[in-house]
Design a protein around this ligand. Structure first.
Ligand code: XIL
Length: 407
C-alpha cells in the first residue's frame, strides 16, 4: 500500500501521462482502432515503467548488521561518552523530545541537550494573534536539563523557512499589509526574542539566534528578508544580546559543500556581519548527512577559517542516512567511520567546542517522519540501533573522544 502512495506522490507526472493516454484511448473515435490500441498499450507501458521505477527507487534495503557479531571492548562498555567529554571540557549533546521517558542513556552519555522541536517559535508562540506563549513543554525539558546538570542549547529564535513551524503563519499577512514592513518586522522580532529568550534568561548559555539563513548562495527569501533584507539577522542578534548579554549567540546553518559556492557564501555573510559589528559569537554547523557524505578535509578548513574570524563553532545536528554508505562492504561501519572523522575534526580545533547529535536511536529518528527522506529507507541515522545497541557510529565517537584525551 505504502508503495502505491509513493508511486502517486512522487511519480505524479508519470501518473498524469498514464491518465492522459488512457483518456485519449477512451475518447478516441472508434474508427481508428490502431491508434486506440497504441494509446492503450503506451498507457500500460508507462504504468509498468512507473511501477518498476517506484519499486527500484523506494524498496527499502536492509544492510547486514555486521557489528552485532563483534564484541565491544570492556573499556568502551565501562566508560560512557559523557565521561570522556567531561574530562576534556567538551560538549557532547543530543536532541530530545519533550516527553521522553528520558532514557538512562541520555543521562549517562551526554552532558548537553537541545530540544528537537519544543523551543521553536511554532511550539512556543501558540496564538500569534494574541501573543500567547505556551512554555509548559519547553519548561519541562529545561527543568530536566537543570536537574541533571545538562547544558541546554537554545534552538531556535528566528527562522524563516517553514511558516507555522519556524514562525507564525499570521506574520505573513501582518507583513504584507503593513504600512512600514521594516518597522513592523522589527517589532515582531523584538517582542518574540524578548519573550522567548527572556523566559530562559540566565538559564540557557547559548542560543541559535537565527537558523538556516541561506538558500544556496543567496539568503533564503522569507518575510524576514522581504521586510528587512539581510539586516534582519543583525537586528535579531542585537536584540538577543540586549535580552541576555551573557549568552553565546549562534548562527546555525546546514552547509553541504564547505569548499563550494554555498559554503563560501555563508563565510561571506559571516564576514559582513562581523564587519557591521553584529554581536555574533558562534556558528552552528548542523552537519546532517542527508544527500551526501560531507568532505571532512573541507570541514576541517572551514572550522579553521571560522575560528580565525574569532568565532566559536559547534557541530549542532549531526546524523547520517545509512543508505549514503550503501555501496560500502559494511555500511554501518562506514557510517561509524564518518561519525568518528567528524567528531575528530571538531576535537582537533580549539574553536570547535561541541558536537550535538540529532537524535539517539534509529528507532526514533526524524528522517523516518519527514518526506522525502521517509520514502527511502534505511535512514538509520543515529548512534544506537532500534534495540538500543551501540552501532559503529557510537564506537566511532567514543574512539574520537578517547583519542583526544592525550592531546
Ligand atoms: C526537525 C525535527 O527533527 C523534526 O522533528 C521536525 O519535524 C522538523 O524539524 N534543521 C534544523 C532542525 O535546524 O530544527 C530540524 O529539526 C532539522 C533540520
Amino acid at each position: 500500500m505504502k508503495i502505491i502512495w509513493q508511486l502517486f506522490g512522487i511519480h505524479i507526472s508519470l501518473t498524469l501521462i498514464i491518465l492522459l493516454l488512457f483518456l485519449a484511448w477512451l475518447f478516441w473515435p472508434r474508427k481508428y482502432p490502431l491508434i486506440r490500441k497504441g494509446l492503450l498499450m503506451s498507457s500500460g507501458l508507462v504504468l509498468l515503467g512507473s511501477v518498476l521505477l517506484a519499486l527500484y527507487t523506494y524498496w527499502p534495503t536492509e544492510y547486514e548488521k555486521q557489528y552485532l557479531s563483534k564484541t565491544l571492548s570492556p573499556e568502551l562498555t565501562a566508560i560512557p561518552l559523557k565521561q570522556l567529554a567531561d574530562s576534556i571540557d567538551f560538549h557532547i549533546g543530543v536532541a530530545v523530545s519533550p516527553d521522553p521517558t528520558f532514557h538512562k542513556d541520555i543521562l549517562q552519555e551526554f552532558n548537553s541537550v537541545v530540544a528537537e522541536n519544543h523551543f521553536k517559535p511554532g511550539k512556543l508562540l501558540v496564538d500569534a494573534a494574541n501573543w500567547t506563549f505556551d512554555f509548559s513543554k519547553a519548561d519541562k525539558l529545561m527543568t530536566f536539563a537543570e536537574e541533571n546538570d545538562l547544558r541546554m542549547r537554545g534552538h531556535t529564535l528566528i527562522w524563516g523557512k517553514f511558516p507555522g513551524m519556524t514562525f507564525p503563519k499570521q506574520w505573513i499577512e501582518v507583513i504584507n499589509t503593513a504600512s512600514d514592513p521594516k518597522k513592523t518586522m522589527e517589532g515582531l522580532i523584538k517582542r518574540y526574542i524578548e519573550t522567548a529568550m527572556g523566559h530562559y534568561k540566565g538559564r540557557i548559555s547559548s542560543w541559535d539566534v537565527v537558523n538556516e539563513p541561506m538558500a544556496g548562495e543567496a539568503l533564503y527569501p522569507s518575510i524576514f528578508t522581504q521586510s528587512m533584507g539581510e539586516e534582519y539577522i543583525d537586528f535579531a542578534f542585537k536584540i538577543a544580546q540586549e535580552v541576555d548579554p551573557d549568552c553565546s549567540l549562534f548562527l546555525n546553518e546546514q552547509i553541504i559543500d564547505y569548499d563550494g559556492p554555498s559554503g563560501k557564501a555563508f563565510l561571506a555573510l559571516l564576514a559582513r556581519l562581523l564587519e557591521r559589528g553584529v554581536p555574533i559569537h558562534g556558528v552552528g554547523l548542523q552537519s546532517h548527512h542527508i544527500n551526501r557524505i560531507h568532505d571532512t578535509e573541507a570541514l576541517k578548513k572551514y572550522i579553521r577559517t571560522i575560528g580565525e574570524m574569532g568565532l566559536k563553532v559547534e557541530i549542532t545536528e549531526l546524523d547520517m542516512r545509512l543508505l549514503l554508505f550503501g555501496d560500502e562492504q559494511d555500511p554501518y561501519q562506514a557510517q561509524g567511520d564518518q561519525f568518528k572523522k567528524i567528531v575528530e575534526v571538531c576535537l582537533d580545533d580549539p574553536a570547535c567546542t561541541g558536537v550535538t547529535l540529532w537524535g539517539l536511536t534509529d528507532g526514533a529518528n526524524w528522517m523516518d517522519g519527514v518526506p522525502p527522506f521517509k520514502w527511502k529507507s534505511p535512514n538509520s541515522p543515529n548512534i544506537l540501533d532500534e534495540d538500543m545497541r551501540k552501532k559503529p557510529a557510537y564506537v566511532g565517537i567514543w574512539e574520537a573522544l578517547k583519542g583526544a584525551q592525550n592531546h
